[in-house]
Design a protein. Sequence first.
Length: 297
Amino acid sequence: MNTTNLIRLVTLAAIWGGSFLFMRISAPVLGPALLIEYRVLFAALFLALVGWFLKKRLDLATHWKHYLILGLFNSALPFLLFAFAARTLSASVLSVLNATAPMWGALLGAAWSRQRVSLRVVFGLVAGTAGVALLVGFDSVAARPGAGVAIAAALCAAFCYSVASLYAKSAKAVEPFANAHGSMWASVLLVLPVLPFVPAPSQPTAGIMAAVLALGVLCSGIAYLLYFRLIAEVGTTSALTVTFLNPVFGILWGALFLGEVVGWYTVAGSAIVLLGTAFVTGFVPRLRSPATTFQTK
């Protein structure tokens, strides 16, 4: 990976780590539904402008079902779940829970294809679970009312990303920019029916709307462009290393701008989760004990 792509990778991690900061700021005011409707709408409009400038077509007549499925599991549903969790949990905890997505993906992929799960993956799953337990068990947010439901929602959001990844591997190939653009418009339609059932708690200020705009344009629109450029330049495996950097920035931004406490359990829990993710995704050498595997059902 050259210096330019390394800068892109770190920038992407900083942006995606910041998404939890912006959600933590705006979710208690707007509520999850209105916040995410704004987020995907701003992202869709930004990508539409980019698509118009680059003369990129969506080909809705052919791919509309694909965009709806991808929009549901890669944007609308996980965004809503994270926004719901952001009313209670800190940006630090949210960013670490998000890092469990590759672990869910490995487990779901093995179950779907009925493949053997290696000792390396099993170790990674156990380590990741232990890291999450350590993080939320000692963090003060775990004592807040509704924290258990919020943690479950954040983990379900990470699981949704793994579903989207599994679907994308088996779906008909669509140009990456079209995937990002089309799924954002699909998310706008999917979130819209939820709005009447989840009203906004209060009126947003200019600062809140600025955070929402950043969440949509920066953390969704621009971030997608950076991510797909990275995939094109260095491949999917190298681009996935952003998973290891997101929590670093999520914790950093939470501490700097929201005054969130970074305790020993934050550092230790995050490190264990990232270690587990590294084992599950294959960024560490395979453990040598092929006899110790199990078959998923």
